[in-house]
Design a protein. Sequence first.
Length: 160
Amino acid sequence: MATENKNLSVYDKATVPDAGNFRFGIVVAEWNEKITEGLYQGALEALLDCGAVEENIVRWNVPGSFELTFGCKKMISSEKVDAIIAIGSVIQGETKHFDFVCSAAAQGIKDLNVNTDTPVIFCVLTDNTLQQALDRSGGKHGNKGTEAAIAAIKMAALGT
């Protein structure tokens, strides 16, 4: 696993722009809620730690990771946000459904980044097991939500 030797929650605050002047969107999939809530908490805490104002953080929920693209697209068109974090979790099952959902989510978020001026950060865990997802959403490998929040801040600053 790529995160085996990295803690996803570690960042050098001195290298992160002040988030106080930005407005952030977070679109959270409800499927695998234990995982996505952990990711959301990691993202929220990092944004606030880097100066974001709580009133400038908008959260929307969608049913699952497949729906993240539409949720982000609607948020781009209706909210004035400087960056969006798309949070989801897809865990390998016994069918090909995993492959289709992972591919659709990644391609959809990529398309939003190509076709809009609002950066959308991919914070979708695509793990083989529930334990891997737990380890990356606040467990032994830290929190991918934290890493995504730092990316969102840096991309919001890039857009100014």
